[in-house]
Design a protein. Structure first.
Length: 567
């Protein structure tokens, strides 16, 4: 309405310029002629100036619009389309048809108001200049009613170009102000610029727990938002809402989940998950080919969409494929193992965590802890209690929410299924000890070198027990190798017990190198240490296989230390 007032004000100023033309007999009678609906009865000798409202139309209408206008009115002297800088597809289509593109600036007011005003002023100037006797306006905007009325009063014939559809009240108002009304259809523009190479992610919906399949990029026609496709989308949305696959009003991001469940329940076969417009096309075809009774949403299907950064071990897409796709959403979907459909059973939490890479030898409680930490942003509004059973039950409820976007981040490689929180604590302890030992060696070595250089300490190399030094070094290296790779990697308790292996090694060095004697009590103590470590290590292996975590000491301490890390 605001743009109509601006156009009216501009036409009032232009009207004073038009008075001399009327006085000179330029065909302005001063009385508007009655509207004529003559269809194709226009003179083919007339030249036409065409002005297209790009904000109001689709690029697919340009070719049929020009064809209808040329057949009905003759030569098109000039043609202009008013579009914004963001309408790249419209600009390419206009360039192919030889239509002049007028860029509409956006300065404070909306681009629509600026474009309407520019189109109206250019059409008025063309009419008043006398270069064209016929002005064609292609728009469904009611703001141009004043323009059509003024063109008629200034002695120019006006043509209103409208898409072919049933007449509404607004269209009747437009047609009443124009001298002629021409209707055009839509056709698909299949030019080279409309073809793009896009990889596809497809899922066989006939069975649960199936893996998605990624296909190499193939030439695909760029989707055009036509009126027919809009009607198909409205019909699909209505059907999915009636069958409870979509909520009312629909929420953002859950269309893929709704389509997957709909295809599975009604046994429609394979569905394209990416790109989404291809999956929508398949859904449109299914609705048209199998019109009838559709099965509703059973309410127990769960669609999980993993999300990851591309370094997951179950990655589907190669780096080259992800780069060729050119979209971040494709990379997230393809590199995390792909979406999957599952059933809301008693083991739902275990199934989801295992598929996302969290559940492994470490146990379910550690997998839940790691999942909550990795997805803490998505779970920020969910109430998760501290106890294990409460978290598991709450996650089960969250996964079962039908109209929730189930997009979850996968386990990072640095904390995947083979690495438990206790193992990460062990690594931190080991790195700290190695760091401390390195600095101790540097400081003590520097101090010893200083004392030797100053003569404070005298070192006689001939008196050094080199056999003792080398044997101690080898036994220490063997001890560290056994601790790191063979004997104890479970908890700080077993690591502490594992250090007792150094006692028999030191005793062996004393006997073989120093030739010292030891009492039978020392031998009994060494054997006791070895026996206790062996029993503990065996109990750890049994507990890990059976999943009983109650025997693992200091586990709560390890978890509490992890929970105090900065988020």
């Amino acid at each position: 309405m605001f743009s109509m007032l601006r156009c009216a004000f501009a036409f009032r100023r232009l009207g004073s310029r038009a008075l001399p033309l009327r006085a000179q007999g330029q065909g302005c009678s001063g009385v508007p002629p009655p509207p004529q609906k003559v269809g194709n009865s226009l003179s083919s000798q007339d030249s036409v100036a065409l002005f297209i409202d790009g904000e109001n139309l689709s690029p697919a209408v340009l070719r049929p619009m020009l064809k209808v206008l040329e057949q009905s009115s003759g030569e098109i002297l000039q043609s202009r389309v008013y579009i914004g800088k963001h309408q790249a597809s419209f600009a390419r289509a206009a360039e192919l048809e030889g239509i002049e593109q007028i860029s509409v600036p956006q300065n404070g007011a909306s681009m629509k108001e600026s474009g309407d005003l520019m189109l109206a002023l250019d059409a008025a100037e063309t009419c008043l200049s006398g270069s064209c006797k016929t002005i064609a306006i292609a728009s469904e905007d009611l703001d141009f009613l004043i323009l059509l009325r003024k063109l008629r009063s200034w002695g120019c014939r006006s043509i209103l170009l409208l898409p072919q559809r049933p007449m509404s009240r607004a269209r009747r108002l437009q047609a009443a102000e124009a001298d002629h009304v021409l209707c055009y259809g839509e056709e698909k523009i299949q030019t080279e610029s409309m073809w793009i190479e896009v990889p596809r992610i497809r899922l066989d919906t006939r069975a649960l727990e199936t893996s998605a399949e990624i296909q190499e990029p193939v030439p695909t026609l760029r989707p055009l938002l036509t009126e027919h496709r809009e009607r198909q989308m409205e019909e699909l949305q209505r059907v999915l809402q009636e069958l409870k696959y979509l909520p009312e009003p629909p929420e953002q991001g859950i269309m893929v989940a709704a389509l997957t469940k709909f295809f599975h329940v009604n046994r429609l076969g394979t569905l394209t998950l990416w790109p989404l417009h291809q999956g929508l096309t398949e859904a449109f075809a299914a609705l048209e080919s199998q019109a009838g009774a559709w099965l509703p949403n059973p309410g127990d299907l769960i669609f999980i969409s993993p999300r990851g950064s591309g370094d997951h071990r179950n990655s589907m897409a190669t780096a080259s494929t992800a780069s060729r796709s050119g979209t971040r959403d494709f990379a997230k979907m393809a590199t995390a193992g792909g979406p999957f459909l599952t059933h809301a059973g008693p083991q739902l939490v275990e199934q989801v965590l295992r598929r996302l890479g969290f559940l492994g030898p470490g146990g379910l409680d550690e997998a839940i802890e790691l999942f909550c930490r990795t997805n803490r942003q998505a779970l920020s509004k969910s109430e998760l209690k501290e106890s294990f059973h409460s978290k598991r039950d709450r996650l089960h409820e969250i996964f079962c929410e039908q109209h929730r976007l189930q997009a979850w981040r996968v386990a990072p490689r640095c904390a995947s299924v083979t690495e438990t929180p206790a193992e990460r604590v062990g690594k931190k302890v080991g790195l700290f000890l190695a760091h401390m030992g390195g600095w101790a060696s540097i400081l003590l070595g520097s101090g010893l070198a200083f004392m030797l250089s100053r003569g404070i300490y005298l070192l006689k190399l001939s008196e050094v027990p080199w056999a003792m030094v080398f044997s101690s070094s080898l036994s220490s290296a063997l001890f560290n190798f056994l601790i790191k790779f063979g004997l104890s990697r479970e908890t700080p308790v077993t690591t502490s017990l594992g250090t007792q292996i150094g006692i028999p090694l030191n005793l062996l060095v004393d006997v073989l190198i120093v030739h010292s004697h030891f009492h039978w009590c020392q031998a009994a103590g060494v054997l006791t240490m070895l026996l206790s470590f062996s029993v503990w290590h065996h109990s750890e292996a049994v507990a890990r296989k059976s999943g009983d975590l109650s025997v693992r000491l200091l586990e709560d301490g390890a978890k509490s230390s992890l929970s105090t890390e900065p988020q």
